[in-house]
Design a binder for this molecule. Structure first.
Ligand SMILES: [Zn+2]
Length: 219
């Protein structure tokens, strides 16, 4: 992206930043997946839009005069973390065994994140806080922490992937009857709904003569 261009906001539809993070490899199950985290700046934008870091923290990290190598390293580690999360999540959803190597990868990032946190007292409450000193790894730590919080919670029982096969975006189904099937109705649901509608209509046409509702029978 060139300077001055306004970036399209990330589609945060998963209901959890760790799952939105996995979805940043767009069209994952298509022949040509699209990488949305193409630079450290985009990683910063994603974590800011997801509410994991503040605008002020992102600015401080963006304005650090040096550290280009470190930025590249942090981005590569974030992608490594994301792909381990993806492998674990999709294995979980398909009922397959969680790959042991990926468990180890997650463990390393989760441990790294929890090791740098400090326990603070804020308005008489205890809270976890990241180091105040500017550190380029901050977006990576926050992603690892939010992923650890989710993966080790019972919310995982609500994790689903989009019913449109080439999409496969992850989300938490928090709908009342647990019937959510799409990452987003606009992105995937409408087209699939239209297909189903036409299929139903065709079926109705062929059975409408034989079927009567209870009201019709009484009348
Ligand atoms: Zn979808």
């Amino acid at each position: 992206m060139t300077k001055g261009e306004i970036a399209k906001p990330f589609e945060l539809v998963a209901g959890n930043p760790a799952l939105d993070f996995v979805n940043t490899l767009d069209n994952r199950f298509n022949e040509r997946p699209q990488e949305l985290l193409v630079s450290y700046a985009e990683l910063l934008r994603f974590t800011t839009e997801s509410g994991l870091i503040t605008g002020a923290q992102a600015r401080a990290l963006r304005n650090l005069p040096s550290g280009d190598e470190e930025r590249k390293r942090v981005l590569a580690q974030a992608i490594d973390l994301r792909e381990a999360l993806a492998d674990v999540a999709y294995a979980w959803l398909s009922g397959a065994k969680i790959p042991n190597g990926k468990r180890e990868t997650l463990e390393a990032y989760f441990k790294q994140a929890s090791a740098v946190r400090k326990l603070w007292i804020d308005a008489d409450l205890l809270i976890w806080r990241w180091p105040q000193k500017v550190n380029l790894a901050l977006p990576l730590w926050t992603l690892a922490q939010t992923a650890a919080d989710l993966l080790l919670s019972d919310r995982m029982a609500r994790m689903r992937s989009c019913a449109k096969e080439t999409c496969g975006w992850l989300f938490l189904d928090t709908s009342k009857n647990h019937t959510r099937r799409w990452c987003d109705m606009k992105l995937c649901g409408n087209r699939m709904k239209a297909q189903n509608y036409h299929a139903r209509k065709a079926r109705r046409k062929s059975t409408s003569r034989e079927t009567k509702t209870p009201a019709q029978l009484q009348g």
